[in-house]
Structures are given as C-alpha cells and as structure tokens.
Write a protein that binds this ligand. Structure first.
Ligand code: BTN
Length: 316
C-alpha cells in the first residue's frame, strides 16, 4: 500500500472545498489557479477522489461534485491531515496505533479503519466492526504520572456523550467506566492501552468504536446505532471532527481534578443497583459514587463499601 504524500491530502481538501461552493461545474482553469496545480495533477487528484467514492462529473465546463461519501478520509479534517491515518481494513486500530506510538508518532495521531477483522473489546471480547461504524484509536502523549491516566478515559467518554447530545439531541449517558448508552442500549465502547517509560506515561491510546450507520448484529442484542435511533444515515465525518476538536480542547483546558466531577453529571451508573463482572470475579451492590481514581464505590448487601477498579457493569 502506498501512503499518499501529506500535500496530496491538502490538495484534495482544497479541491473539494471549491467544488462544494459551486452548484454547477467549476472550470478546470479556475481549480488549477486556486489550488495552484497543473491540469495534469488536477485530473490525477480528481480521479483519485472518484476512486475514493466521490461522484464528480466531468464535462467541457469542468468538474461538478454530485455526491460524496461520509468516509473519514484525512483530507476531511483540515489542519489534522498529517495526524490522520486512514485504512480501508485493519485487524485492529489498536495494534497499528501501538506500533506508531512505539515509533514516536506525535500527540493526537488518529488511526481509523473502515472495517476491523479482529476488533477488540474490553475484557478480551470481540468488537464487531461492520461497515458504517466509526472505529479509531487516538495516540495521546499526556504529561502525566501513570496514576492519573484514567482521567483521559473519563474525559473521552464525557466528551463523546456531550457531542452526541449536542449534535444529534440523543439522550447519551455514560455507563461506568466508559460505555455510551442511549435508552440503556450501547452506542459506543472504549478501550485504552498505555505505555510507561521511566515512571512517566509514554503514550495513552484510546480506542473508540461507535455504532453509526452499521446495523448491530443479533450477537449484540444490547447495542444500537445512531442510524437506527434517528432513522437516517449520519455523516461520520462531522461526528468524528466534533469529537476530536472537543476532546483536544477538554484535555488542554480542563484541570484534571474537574474531569470526574463533570463525568458524574453525565453518568447513569451512580445511584442504582449494579453487577460488576471481571474476568475472575463478580460483585453486586448499590453504586454509591466514583472515586477520584475512577473506581466505582459499591455498597454491598451487608452495608460494606468496596472500590471496584475495572469490570463490565450491568445495570439492574
Ligand atoms: C468495549 O466496549 O468493550 C470496547 C470497545 C472498543 C472498540 C474500539 S473500535 C476501535 C478500537 N480498535 C479495537 O480493536 N477496539 C477499539
């Protein structure tokens, strides 16, 4: 597979920006002048866009954009092009992101795949990754002690819930630790991995799967997609772009100690009876609170309090 030059992404973004402004065909000479490329390279770029799924009509009058796909191609995120790595298919975006992190990729590198053949979920589960969903991993390089790494996961689920509420007016809530549910059904799940060097975090990779235009299978009876919820297909580019912008802003402006208190305002786990299942054990009780370290504080039948630091949560 050949990795396109970064400037190719910017050129495609520019061509699309100009074509989108015009209801009619845009003249070749105008496009070449504005984008500052030769007619030969313009035609090459147009051909590549057509191959990527953009319906661009070619006539004597120039080029007209008839229809565009919602694929999260790098050129659909102006300013982020060098940081977006888009793949048609991968076993898992987590593996590629881990390799990139190990090779020194910059903060906020994003690895996206249209399909994952072996998408991973938490607690060694499979994450079904059919066409139409959003599957991506963000490589972060936070200047934090490892003990604070959980704040990043809480920030990610908080931001995603808020973006879903704002853009689509859905009642998105966070289920401890990081699932997003709407009407008790799972819309999104998160997985994180970190690397530690000399007692500092070298990277935190946040992998996110969102059911957008895919139809969850019978194997996922408790899942829902945005398409199903809203009765229409959703532009995945808009959702991802809003999430990346808001997540980056939150990480840069929000003091760490404010993240969990804000997250609590968007969770549906606290204040109800829950069952927590880990690979080895399970606990049941009333979810009293979430501690500053991100643990769920459970009040057991006998009144004793325990702190559970990981597990799958089932609401009773
Ligand atoms: C869960 O709810 O169990 C976590 C699901 C995480 C799925 C995402 S999809 C992108 C990234 N790549 C993976 O293989 N998994 C995460």
């Amino acid at each position: 597979m050949t990795i396109p030059k970064i400037s190719d992404h910017r050129i495609k973004g520019e061509i699309l920006r100009i074509l989108r402004q015009d209801q009619k065909a845009t003249a070749e000479s105008l496009l070449c002048r504005e984008v500052r490329i030769t007619p030969e390279s313009l035609r090459k770029q147009i051909l590549e866009l057509q191959e990527a799924g953009y319906e661009i009509q070619t006539s004597d009058n120039g080029f007209q954009l008839i229809h565009e796909p919602d694929n999260p191609y790098p050129w659909e995120f102006p300013g982020r092009e060098p940081f977006i790595h888009y793949f048609k298919e991968l076993p898992s975006t987590m593996d590629v992101a881990r390799k990139m992190a190990g090779n020194g990729c910059p903060d906020f590198t994003v690895v996206i795949s249209e399909f994952q053949s072996t998408g991973r979920g938490r607690l060694q589960r499979t994450w079904h990754s059919d066409a139409g969903g959003l599957y991506f991993t963000i490589v972060l390089r936070p200047r934090l002690a490892p003990v604070h790494s959980h704040c990043i996961n809480f920030a990610a689920s908080l931001v995603l819930a808020k973006v879903l509420q704002r853009i689509f007016q859905v009642d998105a809530k966070v289920k401890w630790p990081n699932d997003i549910l709407v009407n008790e059904l799972k819309l999104s799940g998160m997985l994180s991995e970190m690397g530690i060097e000399a007692n500092r975090l070298s990277y935190v990779n946040i992998g996110i799967g969102i059911n957008v235009n895919n139809d969850p299978t019978e194997k996922e009876p408790n899942a829902i997609s945005l398409k199903k919820l809203l009765g229409t297909r959703i532009d995945r580019r808009r959702l991802l772009s809003s999430f990346l912008d808001d997540f980056q802003t939150m990480l840069s402006v929000t003091p760490l100690e404010n993240i969990i208190p804000q997250w609590k305002q968007h969770t549906m786990t606290i204040g109800r009876h829950v069952k927590i299942v880990t690979i080895k054990e399970s606990y049941e009780g009333f979810a009293r609170d979430v501690s500053d370290s991100g643990a769920l504080i459970l009040e057991q039948k006998d009144g004793s309090l325990i702190e559970v630091i990981y597990g799958d949560c089932f609401h009773g």
